[in-house]
Structure formats: C-alpha cells, structure tokens
Design a protein around this ligand. Structure first.
Ligand SMILES: [Zn+2]
Ligand SMILES: [Zn+2]
Length: 193
C-alpha cells in the first residue's frame, strides 16, 4: 500500500514537471537575401554579418518565438533582395529615413540600428502602422526610440487605433503571447564580389 502511494506521488511530480516545460512548437522560418548595392570591403561585410545576426535574434524576441530568420545571405554589389542596403557608412537608408519598407522590401543603411530593422520588419510582415507620432506608443517597437523590442498589446498600447498584437493576431490567429525561448541558429553567409 505504501509503495502505491509513493508511486502516485512520483507520477504527480513527474507530470507537474512536464507541464512546466514549454513544448517546442512550430515557428515561421524565413530565409532572407540581403542585397548590398555598393561594393563593400570584406571588413564591411563582416560587420554587416554581425549586425544581421544580432538583428535576427532581436526579431525572434519581438515575435515571441513565432518567426525566425534562419538563413541570411548577404550578397555584395547586387540590386535585388528582401533587404536592400543602400549605403554602407550610414545609419540611414537615405537622407531622410533610417529605414523604409516598400511592399515586401526593406531598405536600410549599412550601420542600421537593430531597432530600425525590427521596426521595418513590423511593417513588412504585419502591416503595422508607425506609432512614433503623438500620441506615441510607450511600449512598442513601432515607436522605436523607446528601445523596446516588443509589440504592444491591449494592456499597454498608448497610441491611436488598435494595438499591434491584436493586428498581428488577425494575420496569425494561432500565435500566442509567450516567452520567446532560445533563438534557433541563424545561418549567415557572405558573398563578396
Ligand atoms: Zn515605420
Ligand atoms: Zn502601441
């Protein structure tokens, strides 16, 4: 009798542990081609590689583990790609803006702030609006200057219109707010030309 009870306790502990461990779940995997329009040196390409790797990890955090850039190909002296690097020595993609999203294309400068990358991806993948005009959003990467690598929700959104998570959920109804967990490895390659 005593043995049976002890076993039952053990089973109960085991199932409690299982419930705590988050189950690995599916995420959207994206392969990205980065076109570097000017001719970059090997050193500049190395720096870009590092920057894109950090950016990919931050995007994983922003999407709370629902979307990962698992493969990034950085191609020197090329016109077309998912991300276009228009110049190498600037934080801006052009004279006026840090970044731009035109349709499915994202334009960045070679020294883009990581937060700009995530902000533009918010436009690109979810069609989210800017939240940096008054009234700004206090808790969202769509207002990038707070340095927040998150999307706002109904509880903390302070700009006009709908909060970003409710907009994201319209496109991805099965996504759930959650901790991102470990970012999957990002395979980054560089083609110097
Ligand atoms: Zn924007
Ligand atoms: Zn907001």
């Amino acid at each position: 009798m005593r043995i049976t009870i002890a076993l039952a306790v053990l089973f109960a502990q085991e199932s409690a542990r299982k419930a705590e461990t988050p189950r690995p779940r599916a995420y959207v995997e994206v392969k990205l081609k980065v076109a570097v329009r000017p001719d970059a040196t090997a050193e500049q390409l190395e720096k870009l590689k590092d920057r894109f790797e950090r950016a990919a990890k931050r995007w994983w955090e922003c999407t709370e583990g629902h979307m990962a850039f698992t493969e990034i190909r950085i191609v020197d002296r090329t016109e077309e790609g998912d991300v276009i690097v228009t110049n190498l020595d600037s934080t801006h993609c052009d004279r006026k803006a840090y970044g731009r999203t035109v349709g499915e294309r994202v334009y960045l400068g070679g020294r883009f702030p990581i937060v700009t990358f995530c902000h533009e991806m918010g436009h690109r993948w979810f069609g989210l609006p800017d939240e940096y005009d008054d009234p700004k959003c206090g808790n969202c990467v769509m207002e990038p200057w707070k340095g927040v690598f998150e999307f706002c929700d109904g509880g903390n959104h302070t700009a006009r219109g709908a909060d970003c998570w409710s907009r994201i959920l319209k496109k991805h109804p099965d996504w759930k707010r959650s901790r991102p967990g470990e970012c999957p490895p990002v395979k980054i390659s560089v083609e110097d030309k």
